[in-house]
Design a protein around this ligand. Structure first.
Ligand code: NAD
Ligand code: DAU
Length: 360
């Protein structure tokens, strides 16, 4: 492995992390991928890298300081790109503990071990080293319909245990820059969609349920708005910030594609009807069921991504309509492989989350 180009990625077997690892390796980077393989991690996402010397997988917990020290010492990365997290808001409401452990304590452990490693580097290596923390727009809380989009100056106002744990991790990253001079970068991104997302999240869940003629659960009135970004665009944005971002800065990343949940779900229904018509199921939009809302459900997210556009010339390159159609097609093609990740534990979660939400 070319040590000078090695990037240490955490959470690289998850949804965004695996897309990022594939993009980096294709671009010629060497990647050490540290992932605990929780329920959300799937080594199969990286099957095409089997035997590729530019990808090394290490199964480890970011909360384990010895394991993090060892991986840094052995692989001597030029950068850490930190995706590993508990990421599902509904799970954070049901069981917040794991979110505090991984997102807050895990980020702290990784920062501390990265700081020690960085301190021991030569002057030139220290100047080149980067710690990029991947975060979310959820730290900014909720917008009203006419509010301006979130900027990097928007005050933090997290509303779920997930968002609060990510906010805590963002603050730790900031503190490591200001206190110790660790060369950090933080990105706050809106909702991603694309291949390899775990099917507990809205888009894959609805595609797979629609295919099978199951209920399509819409929380509340379906009027909550998210700003959707294709995952490959998110990955190019992260790589851009990694190479050219100003140290200690945060960059918002978004897709300029605000959509209400009900519109997203209806679009999926039309696309699945078109791609997999099924006379026994009929019109899939009839499967939509309004169910009890998520407690503290943020009404609207929208990202102002003008800073990254202005400073680093990044903007989303993919059209929502094209990528969305492609994504629906991908899940329909992969539905048998996706079945493998819908284990007994996954079915238990679906029962727990949806049986409590009596249909309205
Ligand atoms: P994901 O849940 O699909 O993947 C998380 C990965 O982290 C999994 O592979 C899991 O095994 C691993 N992991 C969890 N705990 C770990 C631990 N203690 N040690 C090592 N590995 C561990 O998440 P995602 O949707 O790909 O999100 C990745 C990152 O991007 C997260 O930090 C999330 O907050 C952020 N983010 C996500 C979105 C989105 O729309 N999905 C948007 C903005 C930001
Ligand atoms: O904004 C970035 C965030 O996007 C990331 O930080 C999170 O890790 C990621 O999970 C995502 O959070 P959301 O809560 O927005 O994603 P989710 O797919 O869970 O839900 C999207 C919207 O759809 C949200 O308003 C809740 C709603 N929803 C979700 C599910 C699972 C439903 O209406 N029905 C459902 O069954």
């Amino acid at each position: 492995m070319k040590k000078d180009r090695t990037i240490l990625v955490t959470g690289g077997a998850g949804f965004i992390g695996s897309n990022f690892v594939l993009q980096c390796v294709a671009a010629g980077d060497a990647v050490v991928n540290v992932d605990l393989l929780t329920y959300a991690g799937n080594a199969g996402n990286l099957a095409e890298l089997d035997g590729n010397p530019r990808h090394v997988f290490v199964q480890a917990d970011i909360c384990n300081e010895n394991a993090m020290a060892l991986v840094l010492r052995e692989h001597r990365p030029r950068a850490v790109v930190h995706f590993a997290a508990e990421s599902h808001v509904d799970r954070s409401i049901a069981s917040p503990d794991a979110f505090i452990r991984t997102n807050v304590h895990g980020t702290f452990t990784l920062l501390e071990q990265a700081r020690r490693y960085w301190t021991g580097l030569s002057e030139g290596e220290r100047a080149e080293f980067r710690f990029l923390h991947v975060s979310t727009d959820e730290v900014y809380g909720s917008l009203r319909p006419d509010d301006p989009s979130f900027t990097e100056e928007t005050a933090y106002a997290p509303n779920s245990p997930y968002a609060a744990s990510k906010a805590g991790s963002d603050h730790l990253v900031r503190a490591y820059f200001h206190t110790y001079g660790l060369p950090t970068l933080t990105t706050n991104c809106s909702n991603n969609y694309g291949p390899f997302q775990f099917p507990e999240k809205l888009i894959p869940l609805v595609i797979l349920n629609a295919l099978e003629g199951k209920v399509l659960p819409v929380y509340g009135d379906g009027g909550n708005v998210r700003d959707w970004l294709y995952v490959e665009d998110h990955c190019t944005a992260i790589r851009t910030v990694l190479e050219r971002g100003r140290l200690g800065e945060t960059y918002n990343i978004g897709g300029n594609s605000e959509r209400a949940n009900l519109e997203v779900v209806r679009t999926i229904c039309h696309l699945v009807d078109e791609m997999r018509p099924d006379a026994a199921i009929g019109d899939r939009s009839r499967l939509i069921q309004f169910v009890a809302d998520r407690p503290g459900h943020d009404r609207r997210y929208a990202i102002d991504a003008s800073k990254i556009a202005r400073e680093l010339s990044w903007q989303p390159s993919m059209r929502f309509e094209d990528c969305f159609r492609q994504t629906v097609g991908w899940y329909l093609e992969q539905s048998r492989c996706v079945e493998d990740v819908r284990s007994g534990a996954y079915r238990d979660w679906i029962r727990q989350n949806y049986e409590e939400r009596t249909a309205r």
